[in-house]
Design a protein around this ligand. Sequence first.
Ligand SMILES: C[C@@]1(CC(=O)O)C2=NC(=C\c3[nH]c(c(CCC(=O)O)c3CC(=O)O)Cc3[nH]c(c(CC(=O)O)c3CCC(=O)O)/C=C3\N/C(=C\2)[C@@H](CCC(=O)O)[C@]3(C)CC(=O)O)/[C@H]1CCC(=O)O
Ligand SMILES: NC(=O)c1ccc[n+]([C@@H]2O[C@H](COP(=O)([O-])OP(=O)(O)OC[C@H]3O[C@@H](n4cnc5c(N)ncnc54)[C@H](O)[C@@H]3O)[C@@H](O)[C@H]2O)c1
Length: 209
Amino acid sequence: MQPLVINFSGKKIVIAGGGRIAARKARVLEAEQAYITFVAPEFSEEVLTLSEEKGYRLIKRKAAAADFKESMLAILATNDRQANEELAQTLPPHQLVCVVDEFKEGNVTFPATVRRGHLQVAVTSNGSSPKLTRKLKKELDAQFDESWVPYTAFLKECRELIKTISLSEEAKHTLLWELLDDSLRLDGQAREAKWNELLKLKEEQSFLE
Ligand SMILES: C[C@@]1(CC(=O)O)C2=NC(=C\c3[nH]c(c(CCC(=O)O)c3CC(=O)O)Cc3[nH]c(c(CC(=O)O)c3CCC(=O)O)/C=C3\N/C(=C\2)[C@@H](CCC(=O)O)[C@]3(C)CC(=O)O)/[C@H]1CCC(=O)O
Ligand SMILES: NC(=O)c1ccc[n+]([C@@H]2O[C@H](COP(=O)([O-])OP(=O)(O)OC[C@H]3O[C@@H](n4cnc5c(N)ncnc54)[C@H](O)[C@@H]3O)[C@@H](O)[C@H]2O)c1
């Protein structure tokens, strides 16, 4: 199984089920700007509130294969084992399908993810032990503190700036490696000094051209 980083922005996601797990999957996907639809005979308070806040669509009945027609991702999260299984069997092979109570019937599972700014560290046990995955996530949560948020924003900006400086590829690589010094993650003033240094270098190089 291969981890991929998928952009769901503007895509349709259909979730069969309107209970605790359906709500949790929607929360995980919250930042994606996707069009989410829940299909279920009953919706939990959490699903109702979330849908109102985010403008998600609710279809109040049992899920049917046709509900997933235009969705990039189908999440089968009913508490009815047979319904999940039957739906999974009818979906086309090119569709992304997550079956929350029997991962082998689908083709994707959700990893546990620690997000810090532009950094995401994801853990999976490929369905073999979701409990191990949760345990490791807790350890990563403690390991990656909030300093990574401004630091990853800094790395992104510096990389964009360095790309525009007229230097050899080798010199650019050296500059990019230098940004990985931990002192820059830990010290905002050091980041500012480095940023000013890069701006100055850009000015000097364009003057030489
Ligand atoms: C990582 C996370 C992502 C997310 O959903 O966001 C996720 N499960 C999370 C929570 C969680 N999972 C479980 C509980 C109950 C309490 C407990 O056990 O503690 C809780 C806690 C809760 O519900 O609050 C148990 C459980 N999980 C699955 C089954 C069914 C089965 O396999 O039989 C059962 C019941 C059998 C059992 O108890 O084992 C199935 C799956 N769960 C997966 C992912 C996929 C495999 C990931 C992997 O293998 O690495 C997979 C295959 C499908 C999928 O859902 O994509 C999220 C971490 C949230 C976080 O901490 O951030
Ligand atoms: N993947 C995970 O991380 C994980 C963790 C714990 C449990 N589970 C499993 O996830 C499943 C859902 O759990 P839950 O806590 O969300 O249950 P829940 O009881 O909170 O919600 C079930 C929802 O499914 C709906 N439903 C039932 N039949 C349906 C149908 N035919 N079509 C559409 N919707 C239908 C119900 O109306 C309800 O909204 C269970 O099988 C549970 O064992 C998965």
